[in-house]
Design a protein around this ligand. Structure first.
Ligand SMILES: [Zn+2]
Length: 86
């Protein structure tokens, strides 16, 4: 069993509350890169690039991110996601 290696720590805020997202790499996982936030959220990624981008985004939400997050809570599951019709 291999221990996950620390990749980095992202400090940020959620609506004024301080949070810390810890980024780690675990080669025993299918998706080796992941971050875990002190708010309870966590995500895994195939590359360090995706990990860093997502972790930064999560700890530094833009106004648009908060807006889409609020919409996701309001809208029923069937209407989520990007439409691909052309
Ligand atoms: Zn969080």
């Amino acid at each position: 069993m291999s221990d996950p290696r620390l990749c980095g720590i992202h400090y940020g805020r959620h609506d004024g509350a301080r949070v810390t997202a810890t980024a780690t790499r675990d080669d025993s996982q299918t998706l080796p890169y992941g971050w875990q936030c002190t708010c309870g959220a966590s995500q895994r990624f195939p590359s360090e690039y995706d990990l860093e981008r997502s972790a930064f985004r999560h700890t530094h939400p833009t106004r648009w991110d908060r807006c889409t997050a609020a919409l996701r809570r309001i809208l029923p599951a069937g209407t989520r996601g990007r439409r691909t019709e052309r």
